[in-house]
Design a protein. Structure first.
Length: 250
């Protein structure tokens, strides 16, 4: 079947997904002020909040992924439980939502996309291909969409899905199937591009897609089948690889 669509992972595929210490400190300075205003208390110092809240949330999310859970966590619930159980604070739901948004801002103010990687998306689009994105992320989907629009990525995408809105993570077949349905293509007509061997490569191959492993930001070793159809060192190699796959070349 001809290739009609390219679907990409987000973090460590299009962008280097991380947050700087400076951005995290600024986010939690604002979180401290929000807690004090909402609860009329003297909130813990910023460093303490980062240690007890941000790091604990990261630990819970990381443990869920390490356990290979397919169901995505509810980030609002996670923050609510950490604030209550770790800090002993009963925080109104709307304030929890604001805290989650402020925590997210540390990513927003750190993540950038290179002109070269934006150029890859533009080149693929110019070839008449449909473009999609699937990301495993606990962060709220509306905040993620705002980020990809601000970065200039959204203009090239025909669809984007986040595990936090679908409810399941890659390699669960349901999130891949949902994307294929949105794009209106069959699995054999799509190529998936990602940095994780199990989540991205095995997940995509499991539903019948072709798959490309990228080593630009992370370098996972391939030890078992299914193996990717191609491995690229940088995303800039992708248009050439897709063209070869479209032509039926190995």
């Amino acid at each position: 079947m001809p290739i009609r669509a390219v679907i990409l992972d987000y973090g460590h595929t299009i962008v280097d997904f991380r947050r700087t210490e400076e951005a995290l400190l600024e986010a939690y300075r604002q979180i401290r002020e929000r807690i004090e205003a909402a609860l009329e208390i003297d909130a813990p110092e910023v460093g303490h909040l980062i240690d007890r809240v941000a790091n604990e949330v990261d630990r819970l999310v990381g443990a869920s992924y390490e356990a290979q859970r397919m169901e995505e966590l509810d980030v609002l619930q996670v923050f609510d439980e950490v604030l209550r159980n770790v800090l002993g604070l009963e925080v109104p739901r709307d304030v929890v939502g604001h805290i989650v948004a402020l925590d997210h801002s540390a990513f927003t103010n750190t993540i950038t996309v290179t002109p070269e990687n934006l150029g890859v998306l533009a080149e693929l689009k110019s070839k008449g291909l449909l473009l999609g994105m699937i990301s495993n992320v606990t962060l709220l989907p509306d905040l993620m969409r705002a980020d990809i629009e601000a970065l200039g990525i959204g203009q090239y995408l025909d669809a984007a899905l986040f595990s936090s809105e679908v409810g399941v993570r890659k390699p669960d077949a349901r999130i891949f199937t949902a994307m294929l349905e949105q794009l209106g293509v069959r699995p054999s007509e799509a190529v998936f591009v990602g940095d994780r061997v199990n989540d991205d490569i095995a997940g995509a191959k499991g539903v019948g897609m072709r798959a490309v492993l990228t080593h630009e930001f992370r370098q996972e070793e391939i030890v078992d089948d299914p193996r990717p159809d191609a491995v690229i060192a940088r995303l800039q190699e992708l248009p050439r690889v897709v063209e070869r796959l479209r032509e039926g070349e190995p």
